[in-house]
Design a protein around this ligand. Sequence first.
Ligand SMILES: Nc1ncnc2c1ncn2[C@@H]1O[C@H](COP(=O)(O)OP(=O)(O)OP(=O)(O)O)[C@@H](O)[C@H]1O
Ligand SMILES: [Mg+2]
Length: 336
Amino acid sequence: MVGLDIGSKTIKIVEVEKSGDSASLVASGIVGYSGASPEKMGEEKEMTSLGQIIRKLHAEAGISSKEVVISIPEPQVFTRTITFPMLTDAEIASAVKWESEQYIPIPINEAVIQHTILQRNENANPPEVLVLLVAAPKVVVEKYVRVTQLAGLTPIVVETELIALTRSLAPPDKTILLIDFGASSTNIAISKNGLLSFSRSIPIAGDAFTRAVSQGLGVTPQQAEEYKKTYGFTATQLEGKVKGVLDPVLRLVVDEIKKAVSYYLSEEKGETPSAIVTSGGTSGMPEMVTMLTQLAGMEVVVGNPFAKVKMDSETAGKLAPYAPLYCVATGLALRE
Ligand SMILES: Nc1ncnc2c1ncn2[C@@H]1O[C@H](COP(=O)(O)OP(=O)(O)OP(=O)(O)O)[C@@H](O)[C@H]1O
Ligand SMILES: [Mg+2]
């Protein structure tokens, strides 16, 4: 299976071959991208040029299949957990169909809606079924599908980024926080026993860190990007100036993460996550793990999407530094 993650700054592609319970890497590739994201595109011309970039990435990475699983960005997705009485799977499917109007903020005939049964609590009083509802505007899904087709590829499944991330990173036996620190958004998921049970997206991520450095230090965005990647939260570099402007931005992000966890605990009666697992390019910022551990007061682990994927040691060595970027694409490629 091939996973294609069209991010706002980089596009990643991963091909994985499954045999029985094990998966091995066939090919992978990343390319930077500076245009608008598909959901902001009006004209076919823009979509065609992004399609060309993906077509080239697919060819140069040496991907063999043209059938791909794609993701739509989390900020475009609405996710909610709903509690139903003890109904059958078929009854839940029809209840979702008829009742989702009251749960999602987009008109039903303009939305793509999917649901997953998270848990059947036979012992609750009364017995209940927890269902995860995911909805996205049709126009957004159609644009991602169109761009993929313009790349000469066939999108066979469309998923959300956090569902893919849960597949590649979530442990089967714990409740954890999964955080994807991208360029335009930080996506937060809580997974319980390997299933996505809560998600949220906030519009503060890599771009905001770069902007803070650029404005705070009076340097060009290019220079700010360099400083951010080279010094990050290191206190001893440039008299701590870079860290000084990055800190408040990370605090904002961590405050939002804490709010999301409180909401999950109170409204959805979840259990406290035992650790944070990170992904995304921004998670690679120097001293990010130290800072996050301090601010969130939780164990922080850098996610490795290749833990479930076999590859030779030379490839593993080459890919290791890019692992955080591949979490979503690998999750898409690992889909059954
Ligand atoms: N070593 C690094 N240190 C700090 N930031 C980094 C590093 N490497 C990449 N980044 C940042 O990571 C971001 C790109 O990461 P990623 O590819 O995960 O984003 P994306 O998927 O394109 O964005 P989004 O998911 O928000 O649409 C950029 O903001 C880039 O500046
Ligand atoms: Mg991303």
